[in-house]
Ligand binder design. Structure first.
Ligand code: TXA
Ligand code: MG
Length: 326
């Protein structure tokens, strides 16, 4: 079983393990990541093995500063502005790879672009000490719920990895926002911790939803994703027998008292709090043993876009490979 160590004790062994080509689970401000040396093919292979992740789905490269990012990818004006404003933080940029980049091709699944972000806190320090970029997907089995605590990582992957750095519960609770800016167009490939409205305001530009429809430019776009064992039913207006309830806000649906178990994403109806609670509540309601988790309606604006996106994927039919239509 993996050792779970507090951050100050985890740093030295994490460096040793990663230098030896192993994977380590680390906290970031969004969710826990499964980190390995992005320049080492064997190490990157281990990430795919531990997660059971399809190899056509590329990984995010994490850097400690913009200098490291510029040695990997080509930054245009828009990318520079976004990085300066949001890094370190929950924003991932999809950018053209440089010809002389050091990233192993397995990380990018052979694409000519790379997804890069600069995490805050422990991840940033770790990368600085290592002096090289880390590839890190969320630290969960492929298709399952992303972990927002060290214990959630241990429950899912504890038997397959050696070390989990424990930074407590993550702040944001959903994955980073993924933006692709090219040819004068800003595309939102995955809604996340920073809202599309905020980015549109900063740039004074329109943010287009979804990829261009080519290849797996669509990130985490396999329809079934972030899925608990229970079925998930969205926009519930009443409860059926045997359902658990994921509530939102101060007002309950009519027959809420029938719920086998109930948790509220945010009693005050605050979307930031709802995002932070989403995965932990989904895991807890799944453990209640109900066959279905019914979810009260979540408003669409701001962080609601990321919360609704993750819920839609949790509710999607479970035959992996179908894409959520854009
Ligand atoms: O918050 C996060 O972003 C977390 C933490 C650990 O950093 N990481 C994360 O990684 O969510 P992952 O691997 O679970 O999701 C990365 C997504 C994938 O869905 C992948 O398709 C997309 O990024 N992606 C990676 N490279 C890409 C590229 N070149 N073009 C388009 N999408 C890409
Ligand atoms: Mg993931």
């Amino acid at each position: 079983m993996a050792r779970i160590l507090p951050l100050e004790k985890a740093l030295a062994p994490a460096i040793d393990l990663i230098e030896a080509g192993h994977v380590v689970a680390i906290p970031t401000e969004t969710v826990y990541g499964l980190a390995a040396d992005a320049t080492n093919g064997e190490a990157v292979t281990r990430i795919f093995e531990v997660k059971g992740r399809p190899r056509f789905n590329p990984l995010i490269v994490h850097v400690c500063d913009i200098g490291m990012a510029r040695r990997i990818a080509v930054f245009d004006d828009v990318a520079e502005r976004l990085a300066k404003h949001y890094w370190p933080g929950p924003l991932t940029l999809v950018l053209p790879l440089r010809d002389d980049h050091p990233i192993h091709p397995l990380v990018t699944a052979g694409l000519e672009t790379v997804a890069i972000r600069m995490p805050q806190g422990f991840g940033q320090v770790l990368i600085e000490k290592l002096g090289r970029p880390l590839a890190a997907p969320s630290a969960n089995s492929s298709g399952r719920i992303s972990p927002t605590s060290a214990q959630a990582v241990a429950d899912d992957l504890g038997g397959k990895i050696e070390l989990i750095a424990d930074g407590g519960r993550t702040d944001v609770g959903v994955e980073s926002t993924i933006i692709k800016a090219s040819e004068g167009e800003v595309r939102l490939l995955r809604p996340g911790g920073i809202t599309a409205e905020e980015i549109a305001d900063l740039l004074g530009a329109t943010v287009v939803r979804g990829g261009s429809g080519k290849a797996v430019e669509a990130p985490g776009m396999l329809a079934s994703h972030y899925a608990p064992d229970a079925k998930v039913r969205l926009d519930a207006t009443m409860l059926h027998d045997g359902e658990a309830l994921m509530a939102f806000g101060p007002h309950r649906i009519d027959n809420a008292d029938r719920a086998l178990a109930m948790l509220n994403l945010s009693p005050q109806g605050d979307l930031r709090e709802a995002a932070a609670n989403l995965y932990a509540h989904m895991r807890a309601l799944d453990r209640s043993g109900s066959a279905t988790i019914a979810v009260e309606p979540i408003p669409a604006g701001g962080l609601g876009e990321a919360v609704r996106d993750r819920l839609a994927r949790a509710a999607a039919p479970r035959d992996a490979g179908t894409l959520i239509p854009e």
